[in-house]
Design a binder for this molecule. Sequence first.
Ligand code: ADP
Length: 322
Amino acid sequence: MTIDEAAVRQAIADAVGGERLQVVRVTGTSATAVIDAGGLDGAARAALEQAAKAAGVAAGLDEVRVALTAEKRSRRILAVGSGKGGVGKSTLSANLAVALARLGRKVGLVDADIYGPSQPRLLGTEGRKPEARDKTMIPIPSPWGVPMLSMGHLVQPGQAIAWRGPMAGSALGQLIEADWGDTEILVVDLPPGTGDIQLTMLQKYKPAGAVIVSTPQDLALIDATRAIGLFDQGKVPVLGLVENMAGYLCPHCGQVSDPFGHGGAEMTARELGLPFLGRVPLDIAIRQKSDAGEPPAAGEGPQAQAFMGLARAVLAALDQTA
Ligand code: ADP
């Protein structure tokens, strides 16, 4: 009996997903199928192989040999920037990464903030050192499903500021070109402003999109506008603006006040024709949890909800750029 290769291909494609099936070759009553198993763990790979074999047998074959490949998926870099320090960019980066992981994405975090690498503290990996294999760094797993690497792993505290451009650029390279495995989205917490790290980022590791964090203050917003200008020049899509420390909820009296003004970032976003991605309130619980190495986005309640909402908006914008 002759077996129709096209029919076998269709049957296996139906079983494993057409986008994963790369090659099917039928010889007599057996076939070889090459299937892309990128991004799948051991159990899922085994299930994929089983499904392909069963589909082939159901289509009349005696045997299906399956070769699983892990084709390198393109990894997208999501840059998080701000015009100036202290606006909560690192806090936002950590929680955005955790929230994106909660939404089912494979996310890694690079702490490129050379002036104040704070991600080890924020993600609770302080004191851990990354290992290296063949000179390639291996990211440190964090308890929140987000592997991470930080500039803080490469330098002694206080030393980084003395780095000149090329050193900073090569340090960034070690972090970005680490063994990120099947990570789909690499969140990069940039230093504030528009310095050497940002330039290397734009020229060498072109981000798929950038998120700009600002407080509602006029001054912070003017600086944010400058950071946006840099991404524009580098032709990196600015996915939108996030307003952090918007509205202070007093834990004693329950009143909301606006220490840094209100709605400034949303207005600035509108003026610049950029999406406004959301606001995160100034909330003492956010600082306390962050200091304890427990990203609020990993928990429940209004803080987590704010970050999850933000992550959904960022993801929608990021997927649109693809
Ligand atoms: P940046 O990376 O912009 O320098 P950080 O993320 O380090 O800023 O935040 C500066 C300080 O503000 C940290 O102590 C952090 O815990 C706190 N912080 C950031 N965002 C909030 C917020 N929404 N509510 C309360 N504290 C915050």
